[in-house]
Design a protein around this ligand. Structure first.
Ligand code: C2E
Ligand code: MG
Ligand code: MG
Length: 563
């Protein structure tokens, strides 16, 4: 840019501002999973009567050099607030918008007051505004920036790092500040090689582990979109979707297409779901974890992403919203032609899949933990894990993880599993190994969706037994169950029984298919020299026995009180 033009810009800036020649254009930002607009970015345009439309590249630096950028940024903020209000009044509210702030703005003492004053004046809620700050800005006066960021944070503003990855010390920025969203520079997409994909993937993984939302700008092709969506990047922006548009145009495209704009409810719902790290080897258990590790698996390239799917449940129907390559592969292995085919079968209310999954899904929706269902089919052993990520009045979003344990997919426990054989499992609902001395237990099989109360959730073995009892055993049988499973006397009692096991019948809260409530629960000692190990099993009782037990509980409860 020549000095001549700089002069022109300086000479005409005040006039352009006063006459309304400087206006924001709005570039929509899309939620990768839904394709809805979740935010719009305001980008300054100078509509000059002589030169036509000038892009920021032609005037931002000059304005910064002459201390005029603050005036521009505040003008863009003001106009954007006005636009936000207008959209609200039309009944097509935009979920949120972002504005770009210059590093020079942060030297102004009244920045915070100006920004919040502007929101107040136009009645814009603070959570609708995102402040974009280029990472290079923050390399200088760390303490001062931290202070002002904190002030904005405390007031409820979201701060986004813009152009992440464009400067040499991006990672320092991450260490020094807290951000809501990382906006990855379009540089990463310029050369869309295997290597640059790997870099993006690692960065997304890192952001998720730091609990920071992710957005990639400069998306220009379908291939880029598909890739970014598959690795769990939450939001996408770029010419592939839309150029920055004057307000009238944004207005008309959103008016034309119903549902293009994300609702406030959707924003909260998807905002929470977006925290799921699809790149983690165990996305379900990592979700919401406070202490984060670096989860990315080394062999990601071969194995691709964990077999993970997002399923939305609306009015008794389930829709696949996202499937990772790994999940798709497994579904195809199971003999389905496509995800759509699986979805169809699942939604046929009489199918086996429907009956089997219905309870798992309902249980997951009703709780905040991972629910698991194990089953075998043609000598292959499956575990389907489900976790509810978000729910609101209308719907719930579940993350499903499908593990297949066959000879190809060697997983540590699968070997242990297959050793016992499928026949065994068809007779038991639960098989758990109990190590009383270690105070631990390991669930090795569960045919039903009964959650595991192993030591992960309970602090001690005793506590996990109590938790199981409380949740799974009917109230009338609880006292008896706790006596039955009393660890202090267990060894002695088993020792005095000739078969090396104790067994009793209990009623469980859950009814598996039509088999009634009664179960035989048995604890047997495993012959072992080193460690005391018990096998704990739950077995369905036969119909005749069921009737007898009912009768006995009613007429002769003392018989059930053997232990
Ligand atoms: P930015 O905030 O990183 O904005 C992204 C830039 O990339 C925009 O250029 C946008 O038009 C362009 N872009 C969006 N999608 C694509 C794509 O798919 N491919 C390519 N090649 N480009 C894409 P723009 O509007 O020229 O703005 C350039 C920069 O000027 C912005 O970068 C921002 O740093 C700055 N800027 C824009 N408006 C303002 C403002 O109001 N205040 C301040 N302080 N800076 C602004
Ligand atoms: Mg920006
Ligand atoms: Mg940028």
């Amino acid at each position: 840019m020549s000095r001549m033009n700089d002069v022109y810009i300086l000479d005409h800036f005040s006039e352009a501002l006063a006459k309304g020649h400087i206006r924001p254009y709005y570039q929509p930002i899309f939620r990768s999973v839904t394709g809805q607009i979740c935010c719009v970015e305001a980008l300054a345009r100078w509509l000059d009567p002589v030169y036509g439309i000038l892009a920021p590249g032609e005037f931002i630096t000059v304005l910064e050099e002459h201390d005029l950028i603050y005036a521009l940024d505040m003008e863009i903020l003001k106009q954007t607030c006005l636009f936000y209000r207008e959209m609200n009044e039309r009944g097509t509210p935009i979920p949120s918008f972002s504005v770009n702030l210059s590093r020079h703005d942060f030297r102004r003492r009244d920045l915070f007051e100006r920004v919040s004053g502007c929101l107040e004046a136009y009645k814009v809620p603070v959570d609708a505004v995102k402040l974009e700050i280029t990472e290079s800005v923050m390399l200088e006066d760390v303490d001062a920036f931290r202070r002002i960021f904190q002030k904005f944070h405390n007031a409820g503003f979201s701060i986004w790092i813009d152009d992440f990855g464009s400067a040499y010390s991006s990672l320092n920025v991450l260490q020094n500040y807290e951000f809501d969203t990382m906006k990855f520079d379009m540089l990463f997409l310029k050369n869309f090689s295997v290597k640059s994909r790997q870099v993006l993937l690692s960065l997304i993984n890192m952001a998720k582990n730091l609990n920071i939302h992710t957005l990639v700008e400069g998306v220009e092709t379908e291939e880029q979109r598909v890739f970014l969506r598959s690795i769990g990047c939450e939001a996408l922006q770029g010419y592939y979707y839309s150029k920055p548009l004057p307000s009238e145009e944004l207005l008309s495209i959103t008016a034309e297409k119903n549902g293009l704009l994300e609702s406030l409810e959707d924003k909260n719902y998807w905002g929470r779901i977006g925290r799921l790290n699809v790149l983690s080897p165990s996305p379900l258990t990592d979700f919401d974890r406070t202490e984060k590790r670096n989860f990315i698996s080394e062999d990601f390239q071969e194995k691709n992403i964990a077999p993970l799917a997002l399923v939305e449940c609306v009015q008794n129907r389930a829709y696949y919203v996202y499937v990772s390559d790994g999940y798709l592969k497994r579904v195809l292995n199971l003999g389905y032609d496509s995800i759509e085919a699986l979805e169809r079968v699942f939604n046929e209310k009489k199918s086996d899949q429907y009956l089997m999954l219905k309870n798992l899904i309902l249980d997951a929706i009703g709780s905040d933990t991972v629910m698991e269902l194990d089953y075998t089919n043609n000598d292959v052993y499956y575990t389907l894990g489900a976790r509810c990520l978000a729910r609101d009045r209308k719907r719930a979003m579940l993350a499903l993880q499908l593990q297949i344990f066959d000879s190809e997919n060697e997983v540590k426990t699968s070997k242990q599993m297959l050793q016992y054989g499928n026949a065994l499992f068809s007779t038991y609902e639960i098989v758990t190994l109990v190590y009383p001395r270690l105070g631990a237990s390991t669930r090795i099989y569960a045919a039903d969706f009964i959650p595991s109360y192993d030591n992960v959730k309970a602090k001690t073995l005793k506590e996990s037994i109590e938790k199981f009892c409380e949740a799974e055993i009917v109230p009338e049988d609880r006292e008896r169950y706790l006596r039955f499973f009393n660890l202090e006397t267990l060894g002695e009692r088993i020792g005095s029984c000739p078969g090396g096991f104790i067994q009793d019948a209990f009623r469980l809260n859950r009814i598996k298919s039509a088999k009634g409530k009664w179960r035989n629960i048995r604890i047997s000692r495993v012959p072992s020299d080193e460690e005391v190990v018990y096998i704990y099993t739950i077995q369905v009782v036969q119909e005749k026995e069921e009737l007898m037990l009912d009768l006995m509980a009613k007429e002769h409860p003392e018989v059930l009180n053997r232990f």
